[in-house]
Design a protein around this ligand. Sequence first.
Ligand code: ZN
Length: 148
Amino acid sequence: MPPLPNAVTAAELQTLSSRAISAKEAAYCPYSKFRVGACIITDAGEYIVGANVENAAYPVGTCAERVAFATAIVAGHKDFKAIAVATDIKPGASPCGMCRQYMREFTTPSFPIYMYDGEGNYTVKTMSEVNPPPSESPRFYDTDVFAN
Ligand SMILES: [Zn+2]
């Protein structure tokens, strides 16, 4: 497999993962007890972290990925190389649908998402793998779906 256009170096991935994992400590999750940490690396090599921030009114809470991206955008960053998302479960969790759409706004199809489990192992998928365009969904234009 050719290297991803957004490929990070081994050293960058080490930093990305350790910061995402330690960002779990900042999670505010008294309701779910499900800690999530995230870390983005920008094209310029800066690291921006986020953690989930829950709310008594469930939909008001924010996921770690969106906290990290919002922080980065507000700080003026526009180009991103990769994100790491860390949870305490095994295998590591994939971003929720809201975060996939949110990240899509600011990333390319080849943008890698490194998903770390509670033991520090990861799987990686690209943005296009976790959030393919609707036109790539085989069911999207299948009118038979609605006929049945
Ligand atoms: Zn999410």
